[in-house]
Design a protein around this ligand. Structure first.
Ligand SMILES: [Mn+2]
Length: 468
């Protein structure tokens, strides 16, 4: 094993030991992020503590800014143990405002705001400290997983949750959309425990939907008209209906699936890497709807963004009764919001084209929680493949949330998180940029919006010129 992996895992072990030897007078306080990675990471920790009979409190946060760090610090009792998952690195310095008797464990994979000397009560476990790239080698739930496994090896039974978290953060950046780096160790554990599969196969999002819906979801322009999808299937000899009505991808034989994939490829409708993917299929999951780890992650995304992270956590922790009932209206509302947002963005003049990017100003129409997923979908559309999409939504009276996405099929090696960072720096603005090269986000003062947009555009233009 690579030396830096070894060192990282040793740090996880030390953190686990310290957490277990905590001061027994208070419960453990878990704070985690509201995205799929944060929700699965929080669940891994909660399950691990439950197993050890350690009382815990859990709170899910949309984001963690300096003022929140300070107010949380004021609310936790002296000698408490606090574990943060998937957040904290960007505001690490502000933890020094807390009482030094509080033991703080930051299990995160976001890049660090600055090099800093940490006080003895602050334990940062972050791959970046070990020269491991946290953008695609390990997620926040992965760090939590390695800590949990060192608390009790039984927690290897939660390896699938760390896989869901990593997929939620789009860390499947290896060949055929595979997980790489430290995530591979987690996949190995999951295979040993027979929690999931790891096979390259013909992959469709949500295999439980009917064929036409599944094919339309591939964002193939020719398939915009449903009738074209019908003709296509007829042409390649795949029947639309079976004994029990409309067929789904799951109803197709292996032979038919391969036929479908190869026809899409030879007709130049799809890139092979879009359809042949590592399939992380959850073997212990009885609910068909969430047997695919990527779909599970998306369900968690909906829970978090629709203000119901509790249901996401319940789902991760194994609730298959109430949580499954309660998630239905959430998913409905979520896709309705996304659909409305997309329709609005695509209607006249709402998608502004600049020389090096597209810009969507969602300040009056799109909710802050929705801007990220909506921008991702826009970026996956064929007609917007030529440039990255930058968008914004209102947070409050003075601030906006910024999202940027690389076009889905872009071969451009540009790192959008770096572009955002540079944009802020050039304008002498301070902020924390989250995300990675293909998808990033940040908070911006609304008054700087127009100059920021221009700055990002010229940075992207500069990059193009350098490459030509
Ligand atoms: Mn994460």
């Amino acid at each position: 094993m690579k030396e830096e992996y070894q060192e990282f895992l040793t740090a996880c072990k030390k953190a686990a030991e310290r957490i277990v030897q905590r001061n027994l007078s208070t419960p453990i306080y878990i704070f985690s992020h509201f995205d799929p990675d944060g929700l699965s990471g929080a669940s891994i920790l909660a399950l691990a503590f439950k197993q050890e009979n350690i009382p815990y409190h859990l709170r899910i946060l949309k984001r963690l800014e300096i003022n929140e760090v300070i107010s949380i610090g004021e609310s936790v009792p002296k000698n408490a143990t606090v574990v943060l998952c998937d957040l904290g690195s960007g505001v690490i310095e502000s933890f020094s405002s807390w009482d030094p008797s509080v033991q703080i464990f930051i299990l995160d994979h976001h890049s660090l705001a600055s090099e800093c000397n940490l006080a003895e009560n602050i334990h940062l476990i972050n791959p970046h400290c070990f020269s491991i790239d946290g953008s695609d080698q390990i997620s926040g739930s992965g760090v939590s997983y390695f800590v949990a496994v060192n608390i009790n090896s039984l927690n290897k039974n939660y390896a699938h949750l760390a896989i869901i978290g990593a997929l939620g953060d789009r860390q499947d950046q290896g060949e055929n959309s595979s997980l790489i780096g430290l995530n591979q160790i987690i996949v190995k554990d999951a295979l040993e425990k027979q929690l999931c599969t790891d096979l390259v196969s013909v992959w469709f999002y949500d295999k439980t939907r009917d064929l036409v819906t599944s094919l339309k979801r591939l964002n193939i322009e020719e398939f915009d008209e449903e009738i074209v999808v019908h003709y296509f299937l007829e042409d390649i000899g795949i029947k639309l209906t079976g004994k029990s009505g409309r067929r789904t991808i799951m109803d197709l034989s292996e032979e038919e699936k391969k036929k479908l994939a190869s026809e899409l490829i030879v007709r130049n409708l799809i890139d092979p890497k879009e359809i042949y993917k590592h399939d992380y299929h959850l073997l212990r999951e009885s609910e068909i709807q969430i047997q695919d780890a990527r779909v599970f992650a998306n369900r968690l995304n909906a829970c978090g963004r629709m203000g119901r992270p509790d249901i996401g956590v319940a789902l991760c922790m194994g609730d298959r009764n109430q949580a499954l009932t309660e998630i239905k209206p959430i998913l409905k509302e979520y896709s309705k919001n996304i659909g409305e947002g997309i329709r609005w963005a695509l209607s006249d003049g709402n998608l502004e084209e600049l020389s090096a990017l597209y810009f969507v100003d969602g300040r009056n129409t799109i909710e802050e929680n929705m801007i990220g997923p909506i921008t991702s979908i826009l970026a996956s559309m064929e007609e917007y493949h030529s440039k990255p999409i930058l968008s914004c939504a209102k947070i409050d009276d003075s601030r906006v949330k910024i999202s940027i996405r690389k076009a889905h099929t872009s071969e451009n090696q540009i790192e959008l998180d770096q572009v955002l960072r540079k944009g802020f720096k050039d304008l002498q603005l301070e902020t924390e940029v989250g995300g990675h090269s293909a998808a990033a986000g940040a908070i911006l003062q609304e008054s700087s919006l127009s100059s920021f947009k221009e700055q990002i555009n010229s940075l992207l233009l500069e990059d193009q010129d350098n490459k030509n």
